[in-house]
Design a protein around this ligand. Structure first.
Ligand SMILES: *Cc1c(COP(=O)(O)O)cnc(C)c1O
Length: 497
C-alpha cells in the first residue's frame, strides 16, 4: 500500500515515510492510494479475537511495509492490560439499540490513547525502515487531550523529543495538571496565549517551512507530528469501529452484514474519518453522525457545503472539540472529490486566504449521503449528562454528552433506529467539574477541580481512573507560557539551534 499527498498525487510514499514525516512536503496530508477491502468472513472472524488481534487484521491492510509479527509486537505493547485493562474498548449497552463505545480506558483517560499509545511504536519502527538516523522532534498542538496522551506515549522513547503547545486558558484544570506534571527526559510543555487553532497554525507553519527543516536536518533533527494529521494517528482508530461491530454481532445485536450507525463527537475530524475508512473497507456502517458543540463549523459545512471559519470561537465545557479548522476534513474532501488533488489545493488555498470555501453540489451530495450532522449547545450538554445519568444510570463526560444529544435529535428527526454505536471519548472524571455541576443541576459545591473528582465519586459511585486520582499531588514541572508568534523561537531555543 502506497500513500499520496492530498495536494499532489503524483509522488508515492511508503507508510513508514508517511508516519515519519507526519505532513507531506507540499502541506497536504498523506492518504492511502486506495482503500483496502476487508472481507465479511474476516469481519465475522473478529468476533472470536481479542482487540489486539482485531488491530493486527486492520493495520496489516494499511501498513504493508510492516510484517505481521512486527505489528503484533506493536499492538501488544500499546494495548497491554497494565495500560488498558482486560478489554481496551468496552461497548456498554445503554438501551436496546444503543451502545456506548468507551474509548477512554487508557493511561490518560481520553480516547487519544487509542492512537497515541500505538504511534510511538509505529514511528520508531518507521524511522528504522526509512533509514532515519536523525532525532525525531514531535511537535504537538493540543486542545487538551492530545497533549497529555502524546506525552504519555512518547515519554523516554529513545530517538525522540516531544514538545507540546496548549492554549493556556483553553483546557480544564485537570488537563493542564496532567500535562505540566508529565515525567520524562525528552518532554517539554508550553502554554500559549491563544486558542487551539492558533497553536495548530503555529505548528503547521513550523512544519511547512522547508528552509527551516533543511537547517534542522543538518543539525540532526527531523520534525514529525503526533496530531491526527499523522497517518499513524489515524490508522489505529479505524480498528475500534471493526471491534465495536464485531462485539455487536457477538452480542446478537446484529447479524454479520447488517448495517449500524455511528455517532462521533467531533473536533479535528480524525475520529469520524477513521469511521469513514472502516466503512469504505467494507464495514457495514450506514450513517456517520458528526456531533459538534457550539463551535459548529462542521455542522454548517455538512448541511450547506460552505466551510466558513470566520465566526466567533467559543470556549465550551467540551474543550477538546473547540476547533474551527478541522484538519482531517481535507482527507475526506480528497476522497469525495474523486481524488482531485487540484480541487483540494483550491479549497485549502481559499481557506488559508479567506477563511472559507464552498464545495460543489455533486461532491456535497456524496458527502451528505454518508454523513449526518448536528450540534449541541452548552445548556443541552448539561441537561443530557443529567438525563443520561438519572434515566439510564450512565455517567458520561461533556464530549460524549454532545454525541448523545445530537444522536437523540437525529433519531427524532429521521426515525432512523438502526443499532447505533456512540463513541465515548473521555472519562467523566476528566471533566469532573462540568459533569458534577450537570449531575447536581447547577448546585455545584465550591471545590477545586481535584476535590470535584472525589465529590463526583461520592455522589455517583462511578470508579475513578487511578492516574486521575493520583494527579493532585504530582509536582509541577512546566510553567512557561509563550506568545503565539514566538512558537518557532521556543522550538529553536529548546533544540539549541
Ligand atoms: C480529541 C477529542 C475529540 C475530538 O476528536 P477528533 O478526532 O479531533 O474529531 C472528542 N472528544 C475528546 C474527549 C477528545 O479528546
Amino acid at each position: 500500500m502506497l500513500y499520496v499527498s492530498t495536494r499532489g498525487k503524483t509522488d508515492l510514499f511508503s507508510a513508514a515515510h508517511a508516519i515519519t514525516r507526519g505532513l507531506a512536503a507540499d502541506g497536504g496530508l498523506f492518504v492511502p492510494q486506495n482503500i483496502p477491502a476487508m472481507r465479511m468472513v474476516d469481519i465475522k472472524a473478529m468476533e472470536r479475537k481479542p482487540y489486539t488481534e482485531r488491530a493486527v487484521d486492520v493495520l496489516l491492510q494499511y501498513l504493508t511495509d510492516f510484517s505481521e509479527d512486527e505489528l503484533r509486537e506493536c499492538v501488544n505493547a500499546a494495548y497491554a492490560p497494565e495500560k488498558f485493562g482486560d478489554n481496551p474498548v468496552p461497548l456498554v449497552q445503554v438501551n436496546d439499540n444503543t451502545g456506548v463505545l468507551e474509548l477512554w480506558h487508557g493511561p490518560t483517560s481520553a480516547f487519544k490513547d487509542m492512537a497515541l499509545q500505538l504511534l510511538p511504536h509505529l514511528l520508531t519502527r518507521s524511522m528504522q525502515k526509512t533509514g532515519e538516523t536523525n532525532k525525531v522532534v514531535i511537535l504537538v498542538a493540543t486542545s487538551g487531550d492530545t497533549g497529555k496522551a502524546a506525552l504519555e506515549g512518547f515519554a523516554d522513547v529513545p530517538g525522540t523529543q516531544i514538545i507540546v503547545f496548549y492554549p493556556s486558558e483553553g483546557v480544564s484544570d485537570i488537563q493542564k495538571q496532567q500535562m505540566i506534571t508529565q515525567a520524562g527526559k525528552n518532554v517539554k510543555v508550553f502554554g500559549i496565549e491563544g486558542n487551539f487553532d492558533d497553536a495548530q497554525r503555529g505548528v503547521k507553519e513550523i512544519f511547512g517551512n522547508t528552509a527551516l527543516s533543511d537547517e534542522l536536518a543538518k543539525k540532526g533533527y527531523t520534525f514529525s507530528s503526533a496530531n491526527s494529521i499523522n497517518w499513524g494517528r489515524l490508522v489505529p482508530q479505524i480498528v475500534y469501529y471493526f471491534s465495536a461491530y464485531a462485539d455487536l454481532c457477538k452480542m446478537g445485536q446484529l447479524q454479520v452484514g447488517e448495517p449500524m450507525n455511528v455517532v462521533v463527537p467531533t473536533g479535528n475530524f480524525g475520529n469520524i474519518l477513521a469511521g469513514y475508512y472502516a466503512k469504505h473497507m467494507g464495514l457495514p456502517i450506514q450513517t456517520m453522525v458528526c456531533a459538534s458543540n457550539t463551535n459548529n463549523v462542521l455542522t454548517d459545512f455538512l448541511k450547506t457545503g460552505t466551510y466558513d471559519r470566520n465566526r466567533d470561537f467559543y470556549a465550551t465545557t467540551s474543550p477538546s472539540m473547540d476547533i474551527l479548522i478541522s484538519s482531517n476534513l481535507e482527507r475526506l474532501l480528497y476522497h469525495m472529490s474523486g481524488e482531485s488533488d487540484a480541487a483540494v489545493r483550491g479549497w485549502m488555498t481559499q481557506l488559508a486566504e479567506n477563511g472559507k470555501y464552498t464545495v460543489e453540489p455533486e461532491v456535497m451530495a456524496k458527502i451528505q449521503n454518508e454523513f449526518a450532522a448536528g450540534y449541541c449547545d452548552e445548556a443541552a450538554v448539561a441537561d443530557t449528562i443529567h438525563k443520561t445519568y438519572t434515566d439510564q444510570n450512565y455517567l458520561c463526560d461533556t464530549h460524549t454528552a454532545v454525541a448523545v444529544k445530537v444522536y437523540r435529535d437525529y433519531v427524532a428527526q429521521t426515525g432512523d433506529d438502526l443499532p447505533t454505536v456512540i463513541d465515548s471519548t473521555a472519562s467523566p472524571y476528566k471533566f469532573s467539574k462540568s459533569v458534577l455541576t450537570a449531575v447536581l443541576e447547577g448546585n455545584t459545591p465550591q471545590l477545586d477541580e481535584f476535590d470535584m473528582v472525589e465529590e463526583l465519586h461520592r455522589v455517583t459511585g462511578a470508579a475513578v481512573p487511578a492516574p486521575l486520582a493520583a494527579l493532585k499531588d504530582k509536582a509541577v514541572r512546566f510553567t512557561q507560557v509563550c506568545d503565539r508568534e514566538n512558537m518557532s523561537q521556543m522550538v529553536f531555543q529548546l533544540l539549541n539551534l
